[in-house]
Write a protein of this length. Structure first.
Length: 284
């Protein structure tokens, strides 16, 4: 098992509530104006493990979308919540039900949470959800050149990471060339939000098999860094999780929340048939 400082991490309660969906006409990269389901609300039929492409939607968020109405509090809610954290419904008909944080979506500033089918049917807009925030500040004791973020230690230990010749080999579902990356580039911090895989070059996506990416997939973004915000850095790599669906808007597509990054080659992605948090966290 990877040695970490998890025994020193602080666990805090942070609070959001189920947000209402928004909708408006959006002009796509093909010049077509569309009105489609997108961010917010309770998504009953799109969940972690499902395809990231192919939905009649734009930026579709799997599971339940949550937000704190107070802007400052929402900054804490987004920053401190980590992928794999436990979420607990604290109001409404589903009070006491437990779920799992599966993503953080920038721009709209949502924390995305998976709940089982029975709980989804009991939830309603405005229900409050508390997250046991745990993971920011995580360090790998033997790999100081690898930065962790947005990552519950429990998920880290389930990702099948192997130490080999002083490098961490990380199973991933796909490797993303840096030229595909769009919205999120230049953000001052990667401890919140996501980084979009642009979807304009559909034929090239198909050539590389990237059109088969699934929500919850662990992916590697090549020649990219989340060390000091998000940037192109030759030789660097970001390991992250796909958190929302495809988009028809220029510069946008499936979003990736960063989990690990290295500038010095200490992370080596290994493409495998399946690397998805739905399996790692038993969410299917």
């Amino acid at each position: 098992m990877l040695r970490t400082n998890e025994d020193r991490l602080v666990m805090l309660s942070v609070m959001g509530e189920i947000s209402h969906p928004g909708a408006k006409p959006r002009v796509g990269y093909d010049g077509v104006t569309r009105v489609l389901p997108g961010t917010g609300g309770i998504t009953y039929n799109v969940k972690v493990g499902d395809p990231a492409f192919g939905w009649a939607g734009d930026h579709v968020e799997p599971g339940v979308s949550t937000k704190n109405k107070d802007e400052q509090s929402n900054a804490g809610y987004n920053t401190l919540s980590c992928i794999g954290n436990t979420a607990i419904v604290v109001s409404g008909d589903a009070k006491g039900a437990r779920g799992t944080v599966i993503g953080k979506h920038g721009g709209i500033e949502h924390v995305l949470i998976h709940f089982d089918r029975e709980t989804l049917e009991k939830l309603q807009i405005g229900d409050k959800v508390m997250v046991k925030a745990f993971g920011q500040g995580l360090e790998l004791t033997d790999y100081p050149d690898v930065k962790c973020m947005n990552l519950d230690p429990g998920l880290l230990h389930k990702m099948g990471i192997v130490e080999k010749d002083g490098v961490l080999e990380v199973p991933v579902a796909a490797e993303i060339p840096p030229e595909f990356m769009g919205s999120g580039l230049g953000a001052s911090s990667a401890e919140t939000g996501d980084y979009d895989i642009t979807s304009m070059e559909q034929e090239r996506l198909k050539e590389l098999g990237l059109d088969r990416i699934r929500l919850g997939d662990i992916v590697a973004i090549k020649d990219s860094s989340s060390y000091y915000g998000r940037s192109y850095r030759r030789g660097a790599v970001i390991i992250g999780v796909v958190v929302h669906s495809n988009s028809f808007v220029s510069g946008h597509g499936p979003g990736v929340t960063s989990l690990l990054t290295s500038l010095t080659g200490k992370l080596r992605p290994v493409v495998v048939e399946r690397a998805n948090i739905a399996e790692y966290l038993n969410l299917r």
